[in-house]
Design a protein around this ligand. Structure first.
Ligand code: ADP
Ligand code: MG
Length: 303
């Protein structure tokens, strides 16, 4: 189990994270979300032992995670961290990068394991290619596979699919997160993409102003977003009488007490997002069709 106990940290005298507490069980998937600069990467680095904490402690099972002051070589065998920068060996092949830390004394095993991971990240066609000739997204996939090579107990992923195009993203997410679940690998994933979280994470924490402002299942946070920041992570939302509603919770009807004027319609694939003016402010409503500018509409709130 991962235990983060009352940790505080700053790169200099100004603090970045203050008094964070949470636990994570073996095999669970925890998403860390928050705006850019909220400290997601910093939190992962602290868990990895890359910096010394100002206060608090971090444990994986009974092992206390030590920073560079107390640990000569940063990192632990049971934990792998895929950074936003990947750190690959550019002049060697995809295969060689993935198998780098696997024993040369068991070549068959090594090849089997490498092939298995190449499949997880869907790079079969690129196995023999040098990493320097890959796209950013392909490099990111090599980095994920390499981190998994020696079966870590805990994996830290920093925006793992951010460089991967939409054609590949969905299946890759399913492959990687399913692989982690099947192998009981604990995972912390820092992300600002709701698709990395919904359907995969057991819990999520929201970082804001140095603190954890919410910790719950994705479902609970989606259904009851406690703040506009949390709602905005999941989708276009509106505030009506102090309450938050997603654009798909509002419905255009023939008549109601709520009247608005259409400003613009945006196609979003499944539906149209209709931007309207309501009480002098923009209000977003999902609707099956586009609507002309300046048309008056009525809407109701669906709970
Ligand atoms: P996120 O990953 O959520 O975008 P980061 O953890 O990268 O946020 O950054 C949190 C804050 O710490 C930011 O204000 C950033 O500028 C600062 N920061 C990040 N890395 C360093 C560093 N190596 N030295 C000093 N400040 C840093
Ligand atoms: Mg980051």
């Amino acid at each position: 189990m991962l235990k983060v106990k009352n940790i505080s940290f700053g790169y200099s005298s100004s603090s970045i994270l203050e008094k964070l507490n949470f636990k994570l069980k073996r095999g669970e998937n925890l998403a860390i979300i928050g705006e850019s600069g909220s400290g997601k990467s910093t939190l992962l680095k602290l868990i990895y032992g890359e910096y010394d904490l100002n206060k608090g402690e971090i444990f994986w099972k009974d092992t206390k995670i030590l920073g560079p002051k107390f640990n000569l070589v940063i990192g632990y065998d049971f934990m792998k961290y895929v950074t936003q920068e990947f750190d690959l060996m550019p002049y060697t092949t995809v295969e060689e990068n993935i198998g780098k830390h696997l024993s040369r004394f068991f070549p068959e095993e090594k090849q089997k394991r490498t092939d298995e991971l190449i499949k997880v990240v869907e790079l079969q066609a690129f196995a023999k290619r040098k990493v320097k000739n890959l796209s950013g997204g392909q490099k990111q996939r090599v980095a994920i596979a390499r981190a998994l090579a020696k079966e870590p107990e805990i994996l830290l992923l920093d925006e793992p699919f951010s460089h991967i195009d939409n054609f590949k993203k969905q299946s890759l997410r399913r492959n990687v997160f399913n692989y982690l679940k099947q192998n009981n690998i604990t995972c912390l994933v820092a992300t600002h993409d709701k698709h990395d979280v919904l359907g995969f994470s057991d819990e999520m924490i929201v970082l804001h102003h140095k603190k954890i402002i919410a910790k719950d299942t994705p479902e609970n946070l989606y259904t009851h977003p406690k703040s506009p920041l949390i709602a905005s992570f999941f989708g276009e939302f509106n505030t009506i009488n102090g309450k938050l509603y997603y654009s798909n919770q509002l419905k255009i009807v023939a008549d109601s007490d709520y009247k608005a004027v259409v400003k613009q319609s945006y196609f979003n694939g499944k539906n149209w997002l209709i931007e309207t003016l309501f009480n002098g402010e923009s209000l977003f409503i999902e609707h099956p069709n586009s609507i002309f500018e300046n048309v008056e509409i009525y809407f109701e709130i669906q709970k």
